[in-house]
Design a binder for this molecule. Structure first.
Ligand code: GTP
Ligand code: MG
Length: 200
């Protein structure tokens, strides 16, 4: 799929202020600094569409982008960011939770995990919760450019082995690099296919 148009629409913390739920929507979630905003820029081919930072905790709101006028990408704040107050943390987790569980047009949630790390408890627990709540999701292993081919496949096998302890069928998964563009076509194809199913 070609991205002909990508525009920022609105940022907020309230579900009712999000754009009308009239198009399929794909949201990006994962630990702070995992590369959510970078992946949105990589997929859309727009360097500064979503705001990026080397410091965790950059994205603090629900950010909607309209793509090709017929689907939405959503950049969400990260979880597991230690340097914010408890009050702020609770606020984030509340609006993220209501977004994930109540947004009617959420076609798929992309759960980003850092391909360099061994399976992290916080990600595994989050994935388990999605399963229980029956939220459609796939996993994206990010920053693959930072590993050798063998290091990457070793880490991903480890991750899959961990997932297979609680999942009969391993959730859909992709590998990405926002530096090299690896995974772009595969992810956009997946979105295109999902759009056609949702729009039927
Ligand atoms: P928060 O908004 O803070 O939750 O972070 P985020 O998940 O949106 O991460 P962001 O896209 O801001 O990227 C965090 C840092 O990781 C930045 O310094 C990026 O340049 C870097 N980064 C993101 N993706 C990649 C990648 O695929 N490869 C490499 N090498 N660096 C990446
Ligand atoms: Mg971000």
């Amino acid at each position: 799929m070609k991205i002909k148009k990508a525009e920022f629409l609105i940022s907020n913390t309230e579900l009712k202020k999000c754009p009308p739920a009239d198009k399929p929507e794909y949201a990006f979630i994962g630990r702070s600094n995992v590369g959510k905003s970078s992946l949105i820029n990589m997929l859309t081919g727009r360097k500064n569409l979503a705001k990026i930072s080397g410091k965790p905790g950059k994205t603090r709101l629900i950010n909607h982008f309209a793509i090709n006028d017929n689907w939405y990408l959503v950049d969400l704040p990260g979880y597991g960011y230690a340097k914010i107050s408890e009050t702020e943390k609770n606020k984030w987790s509340k609006f993220i939770h209501s977004y994930i569980t109540e947004r009617e047009n959420l076609a798929c949630l992309f759960v980003l995990v850092d391909s360099r790390l061994s399976p992290q408890k916080i990600d595994l627990e989050f994935i388990t919760k999605l399963g229980i709540a029956e939220i459609p999701f796939v996993i994206v292993f990010t920053k693959s450019d930072k590993l050798s081919k063998s290091g990457l496949s070793k880490n991903i096998s480890k991750y899959k082995a961990e997932l297979s302890k609680s999942w009969e069928i391993i959730p859909g998964n992709f590998i990405s690099s926002s530096i090299t563009g690896y995974g772009k076509e595969e992810l956009l194809d997946f979105i295109e296919k999902t759009n056609s199913i949702v729009n039927k």
